[in-house]
Each structure stands twice: as C-alpha cells, then as structure tokens.
Design a protein around this ligand. Structure first.
Ligand SMILES: [Zn+2]
Length: 398
C-alpha cells in the first residue's frame, strides 16, 4: 500500500530520460514506483494530475534567505511555497554568523537548505571590506564540521570588493574551498552604484582562472560591466576555458543580472548555461514576502522563450544543480528509492511579458507555474504568489 499516488501527470525527469504520462507512487518519504498505470486502490491518497508536469523537486543554487541581523525572512517562500524543494543560500553567513544561520533558517525551513559561506568572518560589518575581516580557517572548520549543510564558498568579483582588495578575497575563498573540499561559487558583474569604476575584463579573467572543475560562475547573462562579455560583447576567453574544464555556468538573474541582448550574444558565441537560479532576496518585514521580482519558475519561462526545451529547463533546475551541490545521489531525480521530492508544475500558454534588467521585454508564449510541491513525501500547496495576479509573468497586451 502506498501513501500517495500522483496520477496521470506527464513525468519529465531528465535523470531517467523520461518525458511521458506516468503515475508516481510514494511510500513514506520515498519514491516507490513510477509506472504507466498504478491502480488507485493501492494508495491511501490519490491526486489527479492530468495535464500537469511532474518533475523531480526543483533546486535553486543561488538564493539569499539569510541576512545577519535581519533574520525575519522565511526560506520556504523561495522554497517549497514556490515549487522548489532544495535551495542554497549564497554567501549569507560568514564563520561568525553560521550558528545564527542554523538557528534562524535551518530550524524553520521545510525546504532543504544548503549554505555557501562567505570568507568574511561577519557579514554585517560596515565600511570597505578588509583583509583582516577574512577568516579562511574559520570557513574550513565550519565546512568540515557541517558537511551536510555547507556545500561551498561564495565570492563576489565586483567593484566594492575589487577596489579594496584586488583579488585577495578571491584567493582566500579559493584556498578555503580547496582546504575544505567544497565548491567555489563566483559572482561576476559590477553590481553597485552608478559611476563606479568598472572591473576590467582582465581582472574578471584572472578571477575566472581560479575556478576549478565543479565550481560555478554566476550571472553570465548580466548586462552589467565586468561580467561574461567584454565591452564589445565578446565572450571572455576565460569563461569559455572555464566551461571547457567543467566549471558550472549559472545564469542567476536577481534584480540586475539578465539582459536579452547579452543572453543572445553569449549563446550565439557558444556559451552553454548549466543551471537556472534566481538570486532571490527574501527579507521583507512580515516574514513571508520576498522583494525580488520573480521566482525560479517565472525565470525558467525566460529560458523557454530563449528556445530551450522543457526537458532542458527541467535538467537545468534538477540534475545539473544537484550535480553542482554534489547531492546528485539524493536529489534531482524521481528514481525509485529516492527521497520523495516532487515539483508539480503547470505550463500555461499565453502572451507573457518577460522583462530584463534593462527594461527590454520579450513576449513568451509559455509560462511555468507551481501547482503542488511534495517534500519528503509531504504535500505542500504553493504559498501566496509573488504577484497580485498570481504566479505567471505579467500578461502582454494583445
Ligand atoms: Zn546573489
């Protein structure tokens, strides 16, 4: 007898090469059976998913669900309440904040939350970053003591850091990640006030050269300076080389880091993005609202508009991020015996307005929205949608 039967949906699971109408049976917190027609009588609860997409639980490798001193955020807003079962906080805590991160985030999340630590001891220190604020040994100790939580180190290559430190913080983050045996996630793109000195392409290139196979570079479609393309829109050779040696190419948008023209130019020059992630910020006062413009599924709709297939989009939000986090044996698949993490999605046809960070919009014809999330066998309904009208992007006028 199964506890739960997901009946009649289209299973899209790149880890098993599946894209067909199949039933999924769950017993306890595990996937028990995936087959064309499992009798309803064999399950205590049956959910009819006719017309829906049944994907492995989605994974967002780049979120900000922890803000030292402002811990009124709720990680599940970016997680299970938005169709995402696993997420990584990218550089929220430094070594001195990690216990606080565990208290405020891990204890209340139904979503599986991993951490990428900052090499800076405390994140809430004001003023320009300084070398004396870095704590390589602290990062290594916490990573080694908490292998189930800490999956990497996050580093930012942008003017505020580069103009104070050169690339010393990148070198320190590299050392910490290597000594701890975890991934390095590198932000490129000159986020910050207007009028700042752009990071020269050769500095970005030097930073990229420090990435090793299995690490990630994030914001590759950013329209900002200091990012994946030089001032003539040529893809940095250092990024191509990074891709070739097995560095994960991540596309996180946030509020500033997606431009249609840059995406077109990067793709036309052969860049192959591995993962879709949000860079979503959650720190609104009522504890359950997010300030960012869009969640993972809304951003995934941009990739459908760029010409990626549904299978590719599911791969970029399941198997690929699972591999980056090193959790491919436990997440990102609906294989029998796996933890029952399932994201049930709806594909809505329409005319959807997909805006980039420069205010340029394209009209997409397909939008993905969350229908139901199952985390470790527990059914969770989507929370309050991001937009007043619901989960879709804004509708384009006819
Ligand atoms: Zn970020």
């Amino acid at each position: 007898m199964y506890d739960l039967l997901l009946k009649g949906g289209t299973v899209v699971d790149p880890s098993q090469g599946l894209n067909e109408r199949l039933d999924v049976a769950i017993a306890g917190d595990r996937i028990s059976r995936v087959a064309p027609s499992i009798p309803e009588g064999e399950a205590a609860e049956v959910i009819d998913l006719d017309g829906k997409i049944v994907a492995p639980g989605l994974i967002d490798i780049h979120t900000h669900v922890y803000h030292p001193g402002r811990n009124w955020n709720h990680p599940d807003v970016a997680g299970v309440r938005s169709g995402v079962t696993t997420l990584a906080d990218a550089g929220g805590p430094g070594p001195a904040d990690f216990a606080d991160f565990c208290d405020y985030v891990l204890t209340k999340a139904q979503t599986k939350v991993y951490s990428f630590l900052s090499v800076f001891r405390e994140r809430s220190v004001g003023g320009p970053p300084q070398e004396s604020h870095m704590d390589i040994a602290g990062v290594v100790k916490i990573a080694l003591d908490n292998p189930d939580v800490v999956k990497g180190v996050k580093v930012i290559v942008a003017p505020r850091m580069v103009q104070s430190l050169g690339l010393k913080h990148v070198e320190a983050s590299r050392r910490a990640a290597t000594e701890a045996g975890v991934r390095l996630m590198m932000h490129i793109g000159d986020i910050g006030p207007r009028g700042q000195t752009p990071t020269p392409s050769d500095v970005t290139t030097q930073a990229l050269a420090m990435l090793e196979p299995g690490d990630a570079v994030t914001h590759v479609f950013s329209p900002l300076t200091g990012a994946a393309l030089d001032e003539k829109d040529r893809l940095l050779p250092g990024l191509v080389a990074a891709q070739e040696r097995g560095v994960f190419i991540d596309t996180s948008y946030g509020d500033f880091n997606f431009g249609w023209e840059r995406a077109d130019a990067a793709l036309a020059q052969g860049l192959k993005p591995d993962t879709i992630a949000t860079d979503i910020e959650i720190h609104a006062g009522d504890g359950m609202r997010k300030l960012s413009e869009r969640g993972l599924l809304e951003y995934a709709s941009y990739f459908l508009a760029l010409g990626f297939s549904l299978e590719e989009v599911v791969r970029m939000t399941t198997t690929a991020p699972a591999a980056f986090l090193g959790v491919q044996d436990s997440a990102g698949s609906l294989a029998v015996g796996r933890e029952a993490d399932v994201s049930v999605l709806e594909l809505r046809e329409g005319r959807w307005l997909l805006a980039d960070a420069k205010g340029v919009s394209r009209v997409g014809t397909q939008a993905l929205v969350p229908a139901l999330t199952i985390k470790s066998g527990r059914v969770i309904h989507p929370g309050e949608p991001l937009h007043p009208w619901g989960w879709t992007p804004p509708a384009a006028s006819e």
